[in-house]
Design a protein around this ligand. Structure first.
Ligand code: DX5
Ligand code: ZN
Length: 213
């Protein structure tokens, strides 16, 4: 299991140090949660902050767009240094066109499902996706409780597209990561559990060990 710490849970007064800290601690990817106050009831940060962080680490940037109009902003996030851009199938942008725009910008493309959206909603787009992100909390805030009833969606995606990278996001800790691994998830986003741990490196090792089947 790869671990992608979510910068939403870091100390915002020292983001550069925080991204270097999780890099040294052995993170696989850096997860960056972008919220526009419209698609979700919260506002986080945008391309300028991501571009600034890009200078601090060589780890892949996994940019999770929780915004109403992802298509319009794709070139901005690609230029800021995103490696992977994921957007919600529930957003207002045309899905196929947005996946194409991400690829055209030189990034890997992924679709995200909110808890209330069935796996079937992304089935027709799987041939054009590099990754599917299954939300295991309602998007908008860190520190929420994991929804175990999302695991059948992980299994469904893996059954339709066994080679697909499936990522899970929300409420990941040493207990819940095991359920995700058993369901076939490949990447786990972890905000609170990694950034609030006394030792982020030890926590990531423990998360990976718990995910070992
Ligand atoms: C929620 C975000 C998550 C969140 C995860 O909208 O997409 O990435 O920061 O945080 P934890 O691990 O605290 O649930
Ligand atoms: Zn996220």
């Amino acid at each position: 299991m790869k671990i992608a710490p979510s910068m939403l849970a870091c100390d915002f007064t020292r983001m550069g140090e925080e991204v270097r800290r999780i890099t040294r601690a052995g993170a696989d990817w850096v997860h960056l949660d972008v919220m526009d106050g419209g698609f979700v009831p919260n506002i986080s940060f945008g391309p300028a902050v991501i571009a600034a962080l890009r200078k601090e680490t060589d780890l892949p940037f996994d940019v999770h767009l929780m915004i109403q109009q992802p298509l319009f902003y794709i070139p901005h996030f690609a230029k800021a240094g995103a490696d992977l851009i994921t957007f919600h199938v529930e957003s207002e942008s045309p899905v196929r066109e947005t996946l194409q725009a991400i690829h055209k910008a030189g990034c890997r493309a992924g679709l995200v499902l909110k808890p209330g959206t069935p796996a079937q909603a992304v089935k027709e787009y799987l041939p054009d996706c590099d990754l599917v992100l299954i939300m295991t909390v309602e998007p908008g805030f860190g520190g929420q409780a994991f929804m175990a009833d999302m695991m059948p969606k992980v299994r469904a995606i893996k059954s339709w597209a066994p080679q697909m990278t499936v990522e899970v996001d929300g409420g990941i800790n040493k207990e819940t990561i095991r359920l995700c691994a058993e369901s076939g998830a490949d990447v786990a986003v972890a905000g609170t559990s990694v950034f609030r741990a006394p030792d982020a490196g030890k926590m990531m090792e423990e998360l990976k060990a718990a995910a070992q089947l």
